[in-house]
Design a protein around this ligand. Structure first.
Ligand SMILES: [Zn+2]
Length: 263
């Protein structure tokens, strides 16, 4: 019962349960955290967390190639150690590699600065070794960000990238292929950052099957699937960003891996 209530609390309050000092508007206006990229271009960034995975990631790469799509892989350091060739393939095929910590640590308020720095530093070193360059992007596991995390990312030359609130597919929970597909296709709009996972722990992944439907449909609608770095190039100038994205006005759902059973 206690667990159930906890889940309800998170589900109804969303990111208010995350110990960030200010709200989205504050961090977004300062360019410290990115959820969406306001743009008039038909571009969307697909992002895949928690990999690489030897079974799923190659299938995803095959599909991305088939539909001429580029994506961003928020990799975990210790999984890079195990599957370096997959990371090299991601790079060789034009995708972006970005930091998702070395051990998938949730940066809750109790986590110290040293741990945050170490997690960022180790993963960045591994990314540099395999991808040939560091990434400007950092995604904290579970979406747990706070001022300590943001300033640590800055020290490492990185910006925190989360995901569009209307593009949290929850594919990590195996909700059904149809639900993953519907989440993406019903809400697709310019500048979205879609949250997907190429590694799903302890459950059967449905992400590949969903992509078989999502990728051709987005392409048919005229969207180009680009890396986060490319998406940022299409950002509308600040003074034209008077409107709040419709995605921003929607309540968030659970962050990724809200119920960890990792490693
Ligand atoms: Zn994750």
């Amino acid at each position: 019962m206690a667990v159930f209530c906890c889940i309800c609390l998170i589900a109804t309050t969303g990111f208010s349960s995350i110990p960030a000092k200010h709200g989205r508007a504050y961090y977004e206006s300062r360019g410290e955290v990115i959820w969406d990229v306001p743009t008039d271009e038909k571009v969307i960034a697909l992002t895949f967390d928690d990999g690489p995975n030897p079974k799923t990631t190659p299938k995803i790469l095959d599909l991305l190639k088939k539909y001429d799509a580029k994506a961003t892989f928020f990799v975990i350091g210790f999984r890079m150690d195990r599957f370096p060739d997959i990371v090299k393939r991601e790079v060789a095929e034009g995708h972006e590699i970005a930091n998702h910590t070395n051990d998938h640590v949730y940066f809750k308020r109790s986590v110290g600065q040293d741990t945050i720095d170490e997690q960022l530093r180790i993963a960045n070193r591994k990314i540099k070794e395999l991808a040939g360059q560091t990434s400007p992007w950092f995604r904290p596991p579970g979406g747990f960000y706070n001022d300590k995390v943001i300033s640590a990312a800055k020290r490492h030359g990185q910006t925190v990238v989360l995901w569009s609130w209307n593009q949290d597919t929850r594919d990590w929970s195996s909700p059904g292929v149809r639900k993953i597909v519907d989440k993406v296709l019903r809400n697709a709009q310019n500048g979205n950052i879609v949250l997907l996972h190429d590694h799903v722990s302890g459950s059967r992944t449905q992400t590949v099957k969903a992509l078989e439907i999502i990728l051709p449909e987005l392409k048919k609608r005229g969207y180009r699937m680009v890396t986060v770095s490319e998406l940022m190039k299409y950002r509308r100038p600040a003074k034209a960003n008077g409107h709040q994205d419709t995605a921003a006005a929607q309540p968030p759902s659970l962050p990724d891996y809200a119920f960890p059973s990792f490693k």
